[in-house]
Ligand binder design. Structure first.
Ligand SMILES: Cc1cc2nc3c(=O)[nH]c(=O)nc-3n(C[C@H](O)[C@H](O)[C@H](O)COP(=O)(O)OP(=O)(O)OC[C@H]3O[C@@H](n4cnc5c(N)ncnc54)[C@H](O)[C@@H]3O)c2cc1C
Length: 459
């Protein structure tokens, strides 16, 4: 296994990573990348074992419904990079038996890659979303055939790929990019049916970074984003050679969506579990700020908090149902139920803005205008700030101001905006969850109940 320092050293491998238009040689000198790198390094140190042959126990696939359930708090504790590594490896393991019938040659490679990735203790990011060009056209019909990542050359030792994957979380901080087709391909679209693990430092790979990390600002005003922001990337593949042993699908158009479906499941499980925590956190913030403002017993405030509690509890129930109805792969791994995972993710995302609206209405305008914590450091200002930000009854000005900063940082500022969009789009937009729900919902039963209600059951 790698220590945190070994992980940081491993990133100095000639990779082409850019931030604000500049190529970055050393992440440590760039706070927007250095801070999330340190978080990932801390994750390495946390799970490090010097035992020869040790592997990170967190990335073992669940072998029973109980192990799947036990994974949830573990997922919540993981840094994002380890989380997406886990999801990438689980995606391969769930996909392997699904492609075995048509492409058995890839299954052995998948298992060898997973074992090697665990042994080398590398981090892997999920590269599904293509640039996609005109959304209403298929890959082969695009003006630019590179709108979806594709194979442009095949040789005895491997393939050459070209294209770009968009919005990839933490791509610059990992070791491998797990490239997978974003959707099903039609006959004739074999070149776009490519799944492969590409090293971040492979010649031809370029990675941009966008971040909502509050670099250069007072971290006390950004209590969550200063710890949790991770850059998202565009990963450009400019004729990148991929050797055979790293290719897990090549040309099987009908199987192209298998990987995206498997990943969607793990991604949405993580997303759903996070939303459950987030919903409870919003309730907590609403209650604390209502208490600090002296409004906790006012009826319309209580009603809003009640509604937030009902929302959070329903999400938790959906997550429980997804775990309770877990399914087993032919290889004996357990994964959460598709429909319950998707409907819960949908509901959490669709109602998030409304819950934030309740929180903002309860909290008041200081969500945006509370003085900076550095103002509290000023000897002249501090007594005024304490006096006017306090609401009496032992609620200090500093305490209440910190609550406002937490609310702004997580729901109303750059990182809060990131959450609004990410909750909707990550793991596919709301439309993707509608599709999965429609595929799995028991419509026959619903129709028979309706026919019975209409007195038409015999017809
Ligand atoms: C912060 C963040 C992190 C992300 N991390 C990752 C990551 O690590 N890896 C990864 O692979 N992806 C990642 N994503 C990408 C995410 O999965 C996509 O944003 C999502 O799938 C939507 O794709 P898009 O952004 O290209 O939007 P578009 O495809 O342009 O979609 C916009 C809207 O149009 C609708 N739409 C588009 N095409 C069609 C169509 N043909 N028919 C019907 N409706 C359509 C969609 O439903 C959506 O509502 C991330 C996204 C965000 C915001």
């Amino acid at each position: 296994m790698l220590t945190g320092q070994e992980y940081k050293d491993s990133l100095k491998d000639g990779r082409k990573v850019y931030f604000a238009g500049r190529q970055i040689e050393d992440f440590a000198t760039e706070p927007a990348l250095g801070v999330p790198m340190q978080v990932a390094a801390d994750g390495y140190d946390k799970h490090y074992s010097a035992e020869p042959g040790a592997v990170n126990p967190l990335i073992d696939g669940p072998r029973s419904p109980e192990e799947l359930r036990d994974k949830i708090p573990v997922l919540m504790e993981m840094d994002l990079l380890l989380n997406v590594t886990y999801q990438s490896l689980m995606t391969l393991l769930v996909a392997a038996p699904r492609i075995e019938g048509v492409a058995p040659q890839f299954v052995e490679r998948i298992h060898a890659y997973v074992a090697d990735a665990k042994a080398r203790d590398i981090r892997i990011t999920e590269c599904i979303t293509d640039s996609k060009g005109n959304r209403s056209k298929h890959p082969a019909d695009q003006d630019d055939p590179d709108s979806y990542v594709r194979v442009v050359d095949r040789g005895p030792d491997g393939v050459v790929i070209r294209g770009a994957k968009m919005h990839i979380s933490a791509a610059a901080l990992g070791h491998d990019l797990m490239v997978m087709p974003t959707k099903n391909m039609k006959p004739g679209e074999e070149d776009w049916a490519i799944c492969a693990a590409v090293p971040v430092n492979a010649p031809g790979v370029h990675i941009t970074n966008t971040t909502y990390h509050p670099y250069g600002r007072d971290e006390r005003d950004h209590p969550t984003s200063a710890r949790e922001s991770v850059p998202d990337s565009m990963c450009i593949f400019d004729d990148v050679f991929v050797p055979n042993e790293r290719i897990f699908l090549d040309g099987q158009a009908a199987q192209a969506a298998v990987f995206a479906h498997s990943l969607g499941l793990w991604e949405r499980l993580g997303g759903t579990a996070f939303m459950v925590e987030q919903a409870d956190e919003l309730v907590g913030l609403a209650q604390l700020i209502a208490e600090a403002n002296g409004t906790a017993k006012i009826s319309h405030i209580r009603e809003k908090i009640d509604e937030m509690m009902i929302h959070a509890t329903l999400l938790r129930a959906g997550l429980e149902a997804a775990l309770l109805h877990a399914h087993e792969t032919p290889d004996g791994y357990f994964y959460p139920d598709d429909m319950y995972t998707n409907v819960t993710k949908f509901q959490g995302a669709a109602q998030f803005s409304k819950m934030v609206r309740h929180l903002h209405e309860i909290a008041g305008g200081a969500v945006l205008t509370a003085p900076s914590m550095s103002d509290f450091d000023n000897e002249t200002l501090r007594p005024y700030l304490e006096k006017y930000m306090s609401t009496g009854d032992g609620v200090s000005g500093e305490y209440r101001t910190k609550l406002f900063h937490a609310i702004r940082d997580t729901t109303a500022d750059a990182y809060g905006g990131w959450h609004h969009v990410t909750n909707i789009q990550s793991g596919g937009g709301l439309f993707a969850q509608r599709l999965v729900t429609r595929r799995h919902y028991d419509m026959t039963r619903a129709k028979s109940l309706a026919l019975k209600a209409a007195g038409l059951a015999g017809d």
